[in-house]
Design a binder for this molecule. Structure first.
Ligand code: ADP
Ligand code: MG
Length: 686
């Protein structure tokens, strides 16, 4: 193998012993290329001295002057304060941690140079714990000083020294290939040198925004590499034929007739698009987006019926057990009258029942299965899986999606895939995440839905809220009370929900209060949901397990505690549990005070909008795509440098170049994937 920075281990650098090697490994830095792609988060300018009069809060500056006085102050915390003066003014240096001799030592220095952040302090502008030195003949830095992201016990200085060594190797011998050479964009080698060591006159503002041409060149390369990765994945996907279904016929018609509603225009259109997909002989992949409550489940059911007509099985995968069970109940009611067999699988289904079910799947007696991630397990095998549907796709990683599809591959046919989501993803983002996937949108809600009134209320008014809730339930409404926690610990969340349920039970007597949380068994949860569904329970206290899909029309009142802890799309999803029936619905978002600016902004978005697309867009703007798309189980893409929002304008060009390299220069294409993503075969397997 040719020697490249990629196969030079960081262990070859001076200063990297076993301990340092481990720490670097934690940052996923194994070789010199990794090290160089670990780019600075920001820069400090230590290349010039600023006059004290020109210092402003927030600046990081080098100042030079005389210490004119020192004293120890006894405020809330003891601190050592030294006054620094130059020809233009005076400023205080403040130290909370200081040694016995430090005061005397500072006093003794005729003149010092110091570096730090200017802040507003007790005595006007101050520097806290500046670095300082009296070695005034030392030259100032000639380049901006890089500050690297999280360094796990490695000091910035250690990291800088390592990077300098790697840069030296890079410059001596071209061990890092310039894989992309686009006129007008800097080469990757030059870009890396510049970004680790920007010249003093570099545009710091542009750098801090990630808009320096060197940063853009790297982002562009990464975006291109990612697109190539998608193309490899797609190629692998389409190598096998798909089961080709016939046009929908009698069974589908009977299914539509027996529904107790008529499909909306949008549903009809989308159903036709999905049905067309299933008639193709290559595996289809369609993203179906539709806001909460727009009626995606029935589209899934229609596709499943078409698969049944063609003697193929359908798997519907959902993120939670509650949702699995609910979809099971819905599908059973719709499909059993047509003599289609339906069942559901979750980790809580065990023993004889589970074995029977697995056997039915294998032999094909079972035609439609709803399940959680339990469906991926090895023991699960299908007779003829023709269609894999994934509901609430944002809760799954890419590779979980693929695992389900692989279940079908065993028969030499690749199942069709339909992915449903209420979290709308802008087209540029879906493109950059999944490549050119077919998309359908249900852009119409069924008639007769009433808008939900949303209010933002401080948690201190909880008692008053409980009274309102009681009044609403006494007059026939049903309500959800949602408990949230900062830690995503189901144990703690369950505890909080239990406490709340006890409290509400007392306060709401004689109303019946129920409880669901993730620590209950599937059966227990199902029982409670059933009692809530048939009206035996009026108030259901829940953790966010009810977030997705739960569909109980009479529930029209929702309280979400500590709403500020949840993401916007999550809040929108939760709120979507109400407003499903004819009566007027309320959603009260309780927050813990004080509420930060960003949180206030976010809650206001929810308050003023019920449009999932708009909410997701705002969420993207306020939080950035990483957080919005970044699913909990990972598996979605994490860019090293590129930022989908910031670099959107380069996406088209990256997609074009990716296609070109993929078809004309597979050596470079593979090398790019290798550099940015890992091996091509890994990518194919995600
Ligand atoms: P989501 O898109 O959020 O998954 P669901 O599929 O759960 O929405 O549908 C929400 C509710 O609306 C369900 O009770 C469903 O039966 C009902 N529904 C779906 N389509 C229609 C329609 N065309 N007219 C009336 N109700 C509908
Ligand atoms: Mg749904």
């Amino acid at each position: 193998m040719a020697k490249t920075l990629e196969n030079v281990s960081v262990a070859t650098l001076k200063g990297v012993g076993p301990a340092m090697f481990k720490k670097l490994e934690q940052l996923s830095i194994h070789n010199l290329q990794d090290l160089l792609l670990h780019l600075p988060l920001r820069y400090e300018n230590r290349t010039r001295i600023t006059a004290i009069a020109d210092a402003h809060p927030g600046d990081h500056l080098v100042l030079k002057g005389q210490i004119v006085s020192t004293q120890i102050q006894f405020g809330r915390r003891r601190s050592l304060v030294a006054s620094l003066r130059d020809e233009t003014g005076q400023i205080n240096l403040r130290f909370y941690y200081f040694g016995k001799t430090q005061q005397a030592q500072l006093e003794g220095l005729p003149e010092i140079r110091c570096f730090g952040e200017i802040r507003r302090g007790a005595s006007g502008l101050e520097l806290y714990h500046p670095e300082y030195s009296n070695q005034l003949n030392q030259p100032l830095e000639t380049t901006l000083t890089p500050v690297y992201p999280k360094t796990e016990g490695i000091s910035q200085n250690q990291l800088r020294k390592l990077v300098l060594q790697a840069l030296a190797t890079l410059q001596q011998s071209q061990l890092l290939a310039n894989l992309i050479n686009v006129p007008g964009r800097p080469l990757i080698t030059d870009s890396l040198v510049h970004l680790h060591q920007p010249l003093a006159n570099s545009d710091l503002e542009r750098l801090s925004e990630g808009l320096d041409p060197a940063q853009r060149a790297l982002s562009f390369e990464e975006l291109t590499a990612h697109q190539i990765g998608i193309l490899f994945m797609r190629e692998k996907l389409t190598q096998l034929p798909a089961p080709q279904f016939g046009e929908p016929s009698g069974l589908v018609e009977r299914f539509i007739k027996q529904l107790n509603f008529t499909l909306t225009q949008a549903q009809k259109r989308v159903a036709a698009e999905v049905s067309q997909d299933l008639q193709r002989s290559t595996p289809s992949l369609r993203l179906l987006q539709g806001d909460v409550g727009s009626g995606k489940t029935v589209i899934a059911a229609l596709a499943a019926v078409q698969a049944c007509e063609n003697q193929f099985q359908t798997a519907l995968m959902v993120p939670t057990e509650i949702l699995a069970e609910q979809h099971y109940v819905t599908l059973k009611a719709w499909l059993e009258p047509l003599n289609i067999t339906v069942n559901w699988l979750a980790s809580s289904i065990k023993g004889k029942q589970r074995n029977q079910l697995l056997d039915d799947l294998r032999t094909g007696r079972l035609q439609v299965i709803v399940g959680t991630h339990a469906l991926f397990q090895d023991q699960v095998s299908f007779k003829q899986l023709g269609l894999a549907i994934i509901d609430e796709q944002h809760r799954f990683g890419v590779h979980q999606r693929m695992a389900l599809r692989d279940k079908g591959e065993k028969q030499g046919l690749m199942p069709h895939q339909l992915i449903m989501t209420a979290t709308p993803i802008p087209r540029t983002l879906t493109m950059s995440l999944y490549g050119d996937m077919d998309c359908s949108v249900i852009d119409e809600l069924p008639a007769g839905r009433t808008p939900i009134t949303t209010r933002i209320i401080p948690g201190s008014r909880r008692i008053e809220i409980i009274d309102r809730l009681k009044a609403a339930c006494v007059s026939g409404a049903q309500a959800y009370w949602v408990c949230t926690l900062i830690e995503s610990s189901e144990i703690l969340a369950a505890q909080a929900a239990e406490d709340t349920a006890k409290q509400l039970e007392k306060a709401l007597h004689p109303l019946v209060v129920g409880l669901v949380h993730g620590r209950m068994s599937g059966l227990e949860k199902a029982r409670v949901m059933e009692r809530f569904s048939n009206g035996e329970i009026q108030v259901l206290v829940a953790t966010t397990v009810i977030e997705v899909g739960v569909d109980i029309a009479n529930a029209s009142f929702m309280v979400i505690e500590n709403a500020e802890r949840l993401g916007l799309t999550q809040l929108h999803q939760l709120r979507g549990r109400v407003g499903r029936g004819q009566s007027k619905s309320f959603c009260l978002l309780l927050y813990a005070t004080p509420l930060g600016e960003v949180s206030k902004k976010r809650l206001n978005v929810i308050r003023h909008s019920q449009d999932g697309f708009f909410i997701a867009e705002q969420d993207l703007i306020i939080r950035g795509p990483g957080d919005v798309l970044g699913d909990r189980q990972s598996g979605n893409v994490n860019f090293k440098i590129a930022d989908l929002m910031r670099d959107q304008d380069m996406l088209d060009e990256a997609i074009t170049l990716a296609r070109q390299l993929f078809s004309e220069n597979s050596t470079v294409a593979k090398a790019l994937v290798q550099r940015w993503i890992g091996s091509v075969s890994d990518y194919g397997q995600v």
